[in-house]
Design a protein around this ligand. Structure first.
Ligand SMILES: Cc1cc2nc3c(=O)[nH]c(=O)nc-3n(C[C@H](O)[C@H](O)[C@H](O)COP(=O)(O)OP(=O)(O)OC[C@H]3O[C@@H](n4cnc5c(N)ncnc54)[C@H](O)[C@@H]3O)c2cc1C
Length: 379
């Protein structure tokens, strides 16, 4: 996909691109405009075995690399990275359960995710903490062989999808230093006391975002993922993979946006010639194309670092930062280069502009990614 692509990965990329195109642009426009979850797309992804792409073969997955996952996700983001988020969340969630779960948890949660019966989402953000994730206030009180969860999460992507399990982070020790008192839990959304309310955001309109209220939700103690107090470690391990995968989707979305811009500015004639022939426009397209390609290269490097098992935090943050900022820029410039038509929802670029607005916030803001990178390079 990125540099000297291996033929198998290049073939995977082509297959996914054809797969996404086969849905037709109208599918993406309608789902997005009507705020409808892309069930057909998700089910077809499951049927092809892509949700379990990186899950080891002994657990029923394909046992492929993180690079393969990045190659799969990039074209999946072509018509809006929103559309790839449900599959991304299930894949990265399954990876997290495989990495930190017991055999019993893998059997109960991962195996059904590969069949599409279960899905995963991630529950970190709270109304009063946001970027300061370690300050989260949701409580999990041990009561015999159960935990009782109480608190509020917000901006929960794809949380209401059928069979969803939230990988939820909650405080189990109020007296411990803030990073050490957090634990991870597997919370099925059909548990009694879980309340999900849709948010009306300008972006992520297909997968959807939700407020999540936990009203004394009782779950078995066997739904705790990892040891009590390991939540911060699990969350950061998860986010490194999620940031790399999100960057792949965003880079694919930015590529889709530049492709649409090239088509539209070539078709559109003003002053007797295509607007793409004006040097001012051609140079902007040249710059944006270069940024899109750079974003894809950074994704490839971050995924390769994950595969190598070396510390990938800086590289995941760089990929997420650059791909998110690139999508925001390309989405916004695409609107400008199409003129008034760029603001019409009949046109894909309106959707790319919306998705670009969320790309530098969702999953951790650009400011926080810069802090992570600065901490690594100034070390
Ligand atoms: C579309 C979308 C989907 C999302 N999906 C999920 C999800 O599935 N699960 C989930 O748990 N969360 C999700 N989030 C939440 C997302 O991770 C948070 O929005 C993000 O971490 C920022 O938190 P906040 O919105 O509270 O902003 P705040 O933390 O309030 O930040 C406000 C501003 O201050 C800046 N800022 C804050 N702290 C610092 C600092 N130390 N240095 C410099 N600048 C700083 C921020 O960068 C930002 O510009 C989603 C968000 C969006 C928009």
């Amino acid at each position: 996909m990125f540099v000297s692509p291996d033929p198998e990965l290049a073939a995977l990329r082509e297959t996914v691109r054809e797969f996404v195109d086969s849905f037709g642009v109208d599918y993406f426009q309608e789902r997005y405009r009507n705020r409808e979850y892309p069930h057909e797309l998700y089910d077809a992804v499951v049927d092809r075995g892509w949700v379990g792409l990186t899950v080891p073969e002994r657990y029923g997955g394909r046992g492929r690399s993180h690079r393969a996952a990045a190659v799969w996700l990039e074209p999946l983001g072509t018509y809006g990275y929103d559309f790839g988020m449900p599959a991304l969340l299930s894949t990265s969630g399954a990876e997290t359960v495989v990495r930190f779960g017991t055999d019993e948890q893998i059997e109960r949660f991962v195996a059904p995710a590969l069949d599409g019966e279960r899905r995963f989402s991630i529950g970190v953000t709270e109304p009063d903490t946001g970027s300061d994730a370690a300050a989260l206030e949701t409580r999990a009180e041990r009561d015999g062989e159960t935990y009782v969860l109480s608190g509020s999460k917000t901006y929960q992507s794809a949380a209401k999808a059928p069979g969803n399990t939230v990988i939820l982070y909650a405080r189990t020790d109020a007296d411990a230093p803030k990073r050490e008192g957090i634990s991870a839990f597997l919370l099925p959304i059909d548990a009694a006391g879980v309340e999900l309310s849709p948010l009306d955001l300008v972006a992520r309109r297909a997968a959807g975002t939700y407020d999540l209220e936990l009203n004394d939700v009782r779950i078995p103690a066997s739904n705790r993922l990892g040891a009590a107090g390991d939540g911060w470690t699990i969350m950061n391990d998860h986010l490194r993979r999620e940031h790399t995968y999100m960057a792949a989707l965003m880079a694919g979305n930015a590529r889709g946006a530049i492709e649409a811009t090239i088509d539209a500015t070539t078709d559109r004639e003003r002053f007797g010639r295509p607007v793409s022939e004006f040097q001012a426009i051609g140079h902007r397209i040249a710059e944006l194309q270069t940024e899109v390609d750079a974003a894809r290269l950074l994704v490839g490097r971050a995924a390769a670092r994950l595969d190598a098992g070396t510390d990938s935090r800086q590289y995941a943050a760089q990929a997420k930062l650059y791909a998110g900022e690139t999508l925001r820029r390309v989405g916004s410039e695409a609107v400008q280069l199409l003129g008034g038509a760029g603001l019409d929802p009949e046109n894909d670029v309106e959707r790319y502009w919306r998705e670009g607005a969320s790309a530098t916030i969702a999953g951790g803001t650009s400011e926080i990614q810069r802090s992570v990178i600065a901490a690594a390079v100034l070390d």
